[in-house]
Structures are given as structure tokens and as C-alpha cells.
Write a protein that binds this ligand. Structure first.
Ligand code: C2E
Ligand code: MG
Ligand code: MG
Ligand code: MG
Length: 282
């Protein structure tokens, strides 16, 4: 292409960029009001013991239903909330609601809450967690915070200090989406995670017989075992995938095969009516 075509190329992309920016702006303004307008709610997805199928806890997953646009995926609005500095108030709401919900469950059922790096780079977050625990009355070790590797990629030790304070409160930490980020493994020996969550992409790969995916799960399981951590396989959708990750030694599983993210009242039902060790699989 000649240089002259350059302007034309820009001209082609400009309207799309404009639409994307405009959509972001509209969503950002809407998100600012979502909390007050009661448009946010939580779903709870079962996490089960890989061998027995018994419920160990739920992961709280944030949902936003816009009055006109309908449900908007967290994959879309969470990054937006992070950019717009809205993740702190939204994250605080999530923590409070998740803990209050867990307070209604049997006291051996845990709740996992996703936390953005943004939240962990703010020292005030420790007080937010402490308050959510105090308000709900749940035992700190029932609350598990899910963080991603990306939190260790930023300069400075601020987030690591916050994580240590959270451990001091008695909460658990798990490492979410493991294997999808880009980082050294050094932090694994410095921060005490209870569990490593193996991303769904490896689970899918392994069940299709992709050797690299199997090798990675094996290695992560061995690493976790030697560090005294559990391993949770994410996104298990079929019996075949469950069998595979169980054979590979994953200790917990989560995915549509065992249960979709559920409205709070359905999670409550599972978390209180169950018999001990009873499988939640249909
Ligand atoms: P995540 O923490 O890795 O959560 C797991 C995601 O996988 C959820 O997507 C869940 O619905 C989905 N999932 C679970 N089982 C299966 C399965 O068997 N198959 C498939 N295809 N998907 C499955 P969701 O709810 O759309 O959330 C997407 C991401 O948004 C989460 O990924 C998390 O990173 C973020 N997120 C959700 N809620 C919050 C929140 O309260 N705070 C923050 N900071 N991030 C959140
Ligand atoms: Mg998660
Ligand atoms: Mg995950
Ligand atoms: Mg994931």
C-alpha cells in the first residue's frame, strides 16, 4: 500500500473507534448509577470436592442488569469499572453482600469473592474486608479472596502488604485464572495461597487430549501439592472433563457440570438443605 492510502485506512477505522468509545462512555455513566439504582446483584456458583462432589463453597459472581440494555457481562463492565475508578465502591458492595449471604449458609460453606488489582493497591481495602466480616459475623476463614497473577506485575509491594494483612485477618486467598497471566512464580513462595484455580482453557485442552494442557495441569498440581495448596479446576462442563481433572489430581472443581452461577435463594437452598458430603451434581 502506498503512503497515500494511509489517510484512507485511518478513515475506515475511525467510525468503529468512535462507536466503541461512545459505547464505553454511555456504559460508564450508567455504571456510575448502577449501585444506587439497585441494578447489581450476585450469583453464586458451587465449588465442589473433586472426589466426592460435596459442596465446599460458592464463588460470588457479579451481575449487572441495565434497565434498557439488559444483562451486561462482567467481562465487559468489570474492566470498565476498573478504568473509571468505580471498582472500589462496587467491590465493597460485592464483599458486603457476599459475606451477608454466606452468613445464612451452613458454617462450613465458604464464599469466594473476586478482587481486582486496583482494590489491592489501596491500603484502605483491609478495613473494608474487616468491616464486611464484622458486619456479617462470618468466620474469617470462610471468606476466600480470588486474585489474579496480574496483581504481582505492578511495581512496588503495596498489594503484597495488603494481601498479608488480609491473611492476618484469617481470610484465605486463591490465585484465579492460573496460567493465563504472565509472571514469575516467585510470588507463590512469598504469599500464602490456599488454592490455585486452573483456568478453563487448560481443562478444555486436557479433555481433548492436548498434551501441553495435560502437562501444565500436572505441573500445577505438583507445584500446589508441594506448597500445601489446593487446586481448583475451573469451567468443568462435562463428565469427561471432571474425570480428567480428577485423575490429574485437582482437589476441587467448579463449572456448569456441577452447577451454573445461581441466584442467591437457590444457593441458600443448596448451602443449607444438603446432607454432608452429598454430591451437588444432578
Ligand atoms: P472468573 O473469576 O474466572 O469466574 C469464572 C467465570 O467462568 C464466570 O464468568 C463463570 O460464570 C464462568 N464459568 C463457570 N463455569 C463455567 C463453565 O463450565 N463453562 C464456561 N464457559 N464458563 C464458566 P462470569 O460470571 O461471566 O465472570 C467473568 C469474570 O468477571 C470473572 O472470571 C471475574 O474475573 C470477573 N468478575 C466477576 N465478578 C466479579 C466481581 O465481583 N469483582 C471483580 N473484580 N471481578 C469479577
Ligand atoms: Mg474467580
Ligand atoms: Mg477464574
Ligand atoms: Mg477463569
Amino acid at each position: 500500500r502506498s503512503k497515500d492510502a494511509g489517510g484512507g485506512v485511518y478513515h475506515v477505522y475511525e467510525p468503529q473507534l468512535h462507536v466503541a468509545a461512545e459505547e464505553r462512555r454511555v456504559l460508564e455513566i450508567a455504571l456510575r448509577n448502577a449501585l444506587q439504582n439497585d441494578e447489581l446483584h450476585l450469583n453464586f456458583q458451587p465449588v465442589v470436592n473433586a472426589d466426592t462432589g460435596g459442596l465446599t463453597g460458592f464463588e460470588a459472581l457479579l451481575r449487572w442488569t441495565h434497565p434498557e440494555l439488559g444483562p451486561i457481562s462482567p467481562a465487559k463492565f468489570v474492566p470498565l469499572a476498573e478504568d473509571a475508578r468505580l471498582i472500589a465502591p462496587i467491590g465493597e458492595w460485592v464483599l458486603r453482600h457476599a459475606c451477608n449471604e454466606a452468613a445464612k449458609w451452613d458454617d462450613d460453606v465458604r464464599v469466594a469473592v473476586n478482587v481486582s488489582p486496583e482494590q489491592l493497591h489501596n491500603p484502605a481495602f483491609v478495613a473494608v474486608v474487616a468491616q464486611a466480616l464484622a458486619q456479617s459475623g462470618i468466620t474469617p476463614n470462610r471468606l476466600e479472596l480470588e486474585v489474579t497473577e496480574s496483581v504481582f506485575m505492578r511495581e512496588g509491594t503495596g498489594a503484597v502488604k495488603v494481601l498479608e494483612h488480609i491473611l492476618d485477618l484469617g481470610c484465605r486467598l486463591s490465585l484465579d485464572d492460573f496460567g493465563t497471566g504472565y509472571s514469575s512464580l516467585g510470588y507463590l513462595s512469598r504469599t500464602k495461597f490456599s488454592s490455585i484455580k486452573i483456568d478453563r482453557s487448560f481443562v478444555q485442552g486436557a479433555s481433548k487430549g492436548v498434551r501441553e494442557a495435560i502437562a501444565i495441569i500436572r505441573a500445577v498440581v505438583a507445584l500446589a501439592q508441594s506448597l500445601g495448596m489446593a487446586t481448583t479446576a475451573e469451567g468443568v462442563e462435562t463428565e469427561e472433563e471432571h474425570r480428567m481433572v480428577q485423575e490429574l489430581g485437582c482437589t476441587k472443581v467448579q463449572g456448569y457440570y456441577f452447577g451454573r452461577p445461581l441466584p442467591a435463594h437457590e444457593a441458600l437452598h443448596l448451602a443449607t438443605r444438603r446432607k454432608r458430603g452429598e454430591s451437588v451434581a444432578a
